[in-house]
Design a protein around this ligand. Structure first.
Ligand SMILES: Nc1ncnc2c1ncn2[C@@H]1O[C@H](COP(=O)(O)OP(=O)(O)OP(=O)(O)O)[C@@H](O)[C@H]1O
Ligand SMILES: [Mg+2]
Length: 270
């Protein structure tokens, strides 16, 4: 029986890239990072650009191997990518010649554990959850960027992964669409009790979405601070949450920590 409080267990992960070329030094990107995620927990990664957030997420997803340390998901060691790890990226990858509905169904395509009827039901469920019913038969190249990102999220959820890994998924969207998707994403993770790791550069987005924020140092990434957002903000959040005093204090605190990190980063570049 896996302890639900350590559903995801990152154990002493370090990563050094051997760049390979002559005269090039190996790059240490992650330095001995350990953390656990409880089942259903929403964790947001913040840190200076290039510090190793994407790399750590790729290691959790099995797309990259750790130089040392290991990651356990539900008690099992991660050795490669599979359906249990669902990923959503900044740039949307879909099949433009398929409809919204067909794209979401694609998330269930390779599942052998369920019947075609169940696949359809699951796809319909997630189509509904991201609010795209009206656009089910639209081809993806005819809908907006925000809707495409919702399709990507629904398709990834339709595979029913154990963990959702989201790397700046709203980074390319306009501010209004982005806020709308933040509210939806927080709701979806709550309703579906999804375990999520989400990377962003946007401090307000981080606070709004997170149960816990993990702030990393400049490269090689180490954990600088972990902030339990759920101790300050309610579990259920909407746009008014961003106007509360608790949110304001959290934002100042996180910005302050980030500012000090950026100073270190600049010093390294000089
Ligand atoms: N395959 C690779 N080979 C060599 N170096 C790599 C490789 N992948 C990433 N890096 C280097 O590792 C460092 C961390 O990259 P990573 O993409 O994980 O950072 P990040 O925190 O996600 O940055 P950003 O916030 O800009 O997305 C960078 O210096 C990058 O150039
Ligand atoms: Mg990145």
């Amino acid at each position: 029986m896996v302890d639900p409080s350590s559903f995801v267990d990152v154990r002493g992960v370090s990563k050094i890239f051997e760049t390979g070329g002559r005269n090039t030094e190996p790059i240490a990107v992650i330095n001995n990072v350990s953390m656990t995620l409880a089942e259903g927990e929403f964790v947001v990664y913040l840190g200076p650009s290039g510090c190793g957030k994407t790399t750590l997420m790729r290691i959790v997803g099995g797309l990259e191997t750790a130089t040392s340390g290991e990651v356990l998901l539900g008690g099992e060691r991660v050795t490669g990518p599979d359906r249990r790890k669902g990923m959503v990226f900044q740039t949307y990858t879909s099949f433009p010649w398929l409809t919204v509905s067909e794209n979401i169904q694609f998330g269930t395509k390779y599942r052998t554990d369920i019947s075609p009827k169940q696949k359809q039901e699951i796809a319909d469920h997630y189509l509904d959850l991201v609010g795209l019913n009206k656009f089910a038969d639209f081809h993806v190249n005819r809908i907006s960027g925000g809707m495409r990102q919702r399709v990507a999220i629904a398709r990834t959820l339709a595979a029913e992964p154990d963990i959702l890994l989201m790397d700046e998924p709203f980074g390319a969207l306009d501010a209004q669409t982005r806020e709308h998707l933040q509210v939806q994403m927080r709701e979806i993770s709550r309703i579906e009790n999804k375990t999520v790791i989400f990377v962003t550069h946007d401090v307000e987005e981080a606070i709004f979405l997170a149960d816990r924020i993990v702030i990393f140092s400049a490269r090689p990434a180490t954990i600088v601070e972990e902030i339990e957002v759920t101790q300050k903000l309610p579990v259920h959040r909407d746009m008014t949450t961003k106007e509360t005093e608790d949110f304001f204090h959290l934002r100042n605190h996180v910005r302050d920590t980030m500012r000090h990190l950026e100073t270190d980063d600049d010093a390294v570049d000089v």
